[in-house]
Design a protein around this ligand. Structure first.
Ligand SMILES: C[S@@+](CC[C@H](N)C(=O)[O-])C[C@H]1O[C@@H](n2cnc3c(N)ncnc32)[C@H](O)[C@@H]1O
Length: 168
């Protein structure tokens, strides 16, 4: 497959998973967390899909399209490895949908970052909250969900927060 085809499939998978996740949280109150603003394309899509939700954004350095810059009060500016723990007092157990797209372009670095971020994202999620992510996340408290039709396994990933306490 050409790199162009692969890129297009990634974007199609990303959109399909975001659309599906939005429908999965329909009955679940809570806020939205965009992890990696980039150009602001997926932030803009989430704004359209979930117009009545508050969308928080984590980004190291804002360089988005001018129409897609989040309000300053909803921007967690800095490295997510620091801003996520700092956001716990405001966001613990409040996020219904998180989308992680740090896209390092380097598989090894992406996996290492995902291993660090997974345990920082879970405490912010509402019970049954949903995570849409690429790279994959392997962390206590997240169970994989079925992907929407047409999305190949591994191209994008969906999870739900489950209890990580063992039964009494
Ligand atoms: C691929 S872009 C996101 C693209 C976005 N989803 C879109 O559709 O336009 C990844 C973004 O994540 C940010 N990022 C990556 N690692 C980060 C980290 N550790 N902390 C904060 N931001 C990070 C980068 O600065 C970059 O802007």
């Amino acid at each position: 497959m050409s790199r162009l085809d692969s890129f297009i499939r990634r974007l199609e998978a990303q959109r399909a998973c975001l659309n599906h996740a939005a429908s999965l949280i329909r009955g679940l109150d809570g806020e939205v967390l965009e992890l990696g603003l980039g150009n602001g394309r997926t932030y803009d899509h989430l704004r359209e899909l979930l117009a009545d939700r508050t969308i928080w954004v984590c980004e190291r350095r804002v360089a988005a399209h001018p129409d897609c810059v989040p309000p300053a009060e909803l921007l967690l500016l800095g490295d997510m490895r620091q801003t996520l723990p700092n956001a716990r007092s405001r966001l613990a157990d409040r996020v219904a949908l998180a989308h992680l797209d740090p896209a390092t372009g380097d598989t090894v670095a992406g996996k290492a970052l995902a291993a660090e971020l997974g345990p920082l994202i879970v405490p912010l999620l509402r019970p049954h909250g949903v995570v849409v992510s690429e790279p994959a996340l392997v962390t206590d408290g997240l169970a994989p969900l079925a992907l929407p039709e047409g999305v190949e396994p591994g191209r994008y990933n969906l999870y739900r927060r489950v209890s990580c306490r063992s039964p009494a």
